[in-house]
Design a binder for this molecule. Structure first.
Ligand SMILES: Nc1nc2c(ncn2[C@@H]2O[C@H](COP(=O)(O)OP(=O)(O)OP(=O)(O)O)[C@@H](O)[C@H]2O)c(=O)[nH]1
Length: 346
């Protein structure tokens, strides 16, 4: 059946492209300015980084791998910026973009692990840069403050990711529940009429799909004799019988009141006829029970096989006429044949 809930992968792919676009443009622009400022090694690294960031626009369907590749390219650039100081000592400032990107790509746990590892590496690099004079920061205050701000930002981004995760999961659950409630008949837990109609738009239910329109026999009498509560239980009993004889591919729905509709996809006409037979047989073999009540229930079925691109209304109309004939011919039976006297289409 159709699922409209899971869109998070699409959102991630969109974010990846935005990140790739900004990353590649920024890297190429910075490469030009670095080259002009005489930082040749930095500019070459930025060009390589720019190409890595641009990769999602060239390589398709490998978003997960590319995202990780881009993240580690970003980390490598950060390490180089720390050691070299970047342009006029501003390189370490780029560290502040790392934590939100990391959590978005890697999630909370793996993101936290990556960031701790990166923080250790960066601290060591700051220390060695200073010791071996690769780049001389104005004072040790600068690296210390950068690391402090970086750590605080990582913690805040971690909290943000934690709550974002928690509430988006709750939202998804709620959305799924709402979707289920909107699609399901609360009593029988079958698809409701609206959802069944929606599913029927699927091309699997085109030419050759089989409509089984069913109506419980003498239901008013059941209600009058045993009460509405037992009547409801009888409807649930029917729903269980249908679930038992159908497959996941079929639409089983409560069409309204004591009427049900099963639609079997194209290519399974023989199985559809057997399904109708099985329903009658099961009902004959297994009585309905509730408390001390025990009695047999039956239903009548109008069966119609969809021809070419006939409208759904047309198919239901003919199935309904056949159901009516099943009722008038004595109930507890399936009518699947053309009524020649009424010039009904085949
Ligand atoms: N308990 C219960 N009864 C319902 C529900 N929906 C419809 N009904 C009852 O179903 C009965 C249908 O009665 P009729 O249309 O006369 O049909 P019938 O008695 O089954 O007669 P035939 O169709 O000719 O076999 C009515 O009494 C409705 O009140 C429901 O959700 N629960």
């Amino acid at each position: 059946m159709i699922d409209t809930v899971n869109a998070s992968d699409k959102d991630k792919a969109r974010f990846l492209r935005v990140f790739a676009f900004i990353g590649s443009i920024t890297s190429f622009l910075m490469a030009i300015t670095s080259y002009q400022d005489g930082y040749h090694a930095l500019s070459y690294l930025l060009i390589i980084g720019g190409f890595v960031f641009a990769s999602p626009f060239v390589i398709k369907n490998r978003d997960e791998t590319i995202a990780i590749l881009m993240l580690y390219a970003l980390y490598s650039m950060m390490c180089f910026l720390i050691v070299s100081g970047g342009s006029n000592g501003t390189g370490p400032l780029w560290l502040f973009i790392v934590s939100p990107v990391t959590f978005f790509i890697r999630g909370l746990k793996r993101g936290a692990f990556d960031l701790i590892l990166l923080a250790i590496i960066i601290s060591v690099l700051f220390y060695f840069t200073d010791q071996f004079g690769y780049y001389s920061y104005p004072s040790y205050y600068f690296p210390t403050r950068v690391m402090l701000c970086f750590s605080i930002l990582c913690i805040l981004a971690g909290f943000y990711e934690y709550y974002r995760n928690k509430y988006s999961l709750q939202l998804m659950e709620q959305l799924k529940l709402n979707q289920k409630l909107a699609r399901t008949d609360a009593m029988t837990e079958l698809a409701n009429r609206r959802y069944a109609t929606e599913c029927l738009q699927d091309k699997r239910f085109g030419e050759g799909a089989v409509f089984l329109l069913m109506d419980v026999d003498n239901f008013k009498q059941i209600n009058d004799t045993y009460g509405h509560q037992v009547g409801d239980e009888v409807l649930i009993f029917f729903a269980d019988v249908f679930k038992n004889v159908c497959t996941e591919d079929d639409i089983i729905s409560r069409w309204g009141g004591e009427e049900f509709l099963i639609v079997i996809p194209t290519g399974y006409e023989l199985r559809a006829r057997k399904v109708a037979e099985k329903i009658h047989k099961k009902l004959a073999a297994k009585p309905f029970t509730s408390g001390q009540h025990l009695f047999h229930v039956t239903l009548s079925i109008g069966l119609y096989v969809r021809v070419a691109d006939e409208s759904m209304d047309h198919c239901l109309n003919i199935a309904d006429k056949r159901l009516y004939r099943a009722k008038s011919q004595g109930k507890n039976q399936t009518v699947a044949e053309v009524d020649l006297a009424k010039h009904e289409p085949a």
